[in-house]
Write a protein that binds this ligand. Structure first.
Ligand SMILES: [Zn+2]
Length: 236
């Protein structure tokens, strides 16, 4: 609820660092829940450690690569449209500087400055760096801080992988009699942690976030375990 304003209040650098951190926590959360559901489902059907390891590893790789690819595509698209907007702004500034000065004045006035102060501010900003002023006031873009799609893709890949490793190791390392209990307990504990952190990073109250997050993970494991157990019992 107070997330965006909270981040904006800290200004660019810290705000975007918090957003990155929050994205990393959510990516790890995805890795935990989807891989836990996968390996617990397989554990419902079979005791084979090879089957569990294969399923967990395949889930880890498929999930982290699909997250990375999705992030790459979405950030590339966003960067393309930001670059196009900046190019158009540059053209407008060259072809109709007067109209652009009026536009900037109007935008500053709409933000609460008086006509006179707005005109002064617009002149000073234009004299200093017109493109940067229009990018920030009009488009909400920092031309020096366009997100690199490869960085975003790597970050998602790593975050998901770190999350997915937990249920994968928890299901293959302990002896067969303990593997389910160890996995369920460590996954729930990790989901308390990720739910708490993502709520705190978004400046929301952690109580409900933790409850929703662990309930979601518990449900995922219960459903896949039931499905695996049914298939295993049917000898499929
Ligand atoms: Zn403009």
């Amino acid at each position: 609820m107070t997330g965006p304003t909270h981040d904006e209040a800290h200004g660019g650098a810290l705000g975007s660092r918090l957003n990155w951190l929050r994205a990393a926590v959510l990516g790890a959360n995805d890795g935990i829940v989807s891989t836990a559901g996968l390996v617990v489902g397989v554990a419902g059907a079979t005791d084979s450690r090879t089957a569990l390891l294969t399923a967990g590893l395949a889930g880890l790789l498929a999930g982290s690569m699909s997250m990375a690819a999705g992030e790459y595509v979405s950030v590339s698209t966003q960067r393309d449209s930001e670059r196009a907007a900046l190019a158009q702004e540059r053209r407008e500034l060259r072809e109709q500087p007067e109209a652009e000065l009026r536009e900037l004045t109007e935008l500053l006035r709409a933000r609460g400055l008086s006509q006179e102060v707005a005109r002064d501010a617009a002149r000073q900003l234009t004299a200093r760096d017109a493109l940067r002023a229009h990018a920030s006031v009009e488009l909400g873009i920092d031309p020096d801080a366009l997100t690199n799609p490869w960085h975003a893709a790597w970050a998602s890949f790593l975050a998901f992988t770190v999350g997915a490793l937990l249920p994968l190791l928890a299901i293959v390392l302990p002896p067969p009699g303990l593997r389910l209990a160890v996995t369920v307990l460590s996954v729930l504990a990790a989901l308390v942690l990720t739910g708490f952190s993502s709520a705190r990073l978004g400046a929301a109250r952690p109580g409900r976030a933790v409850l929703r997050n662990t309930a979601g993970g518990a449900l995922a494991m219960a459903v896949t375990y039931a499905a695996g157990a049914l298939l295993g019992a049917a000898g499929a």
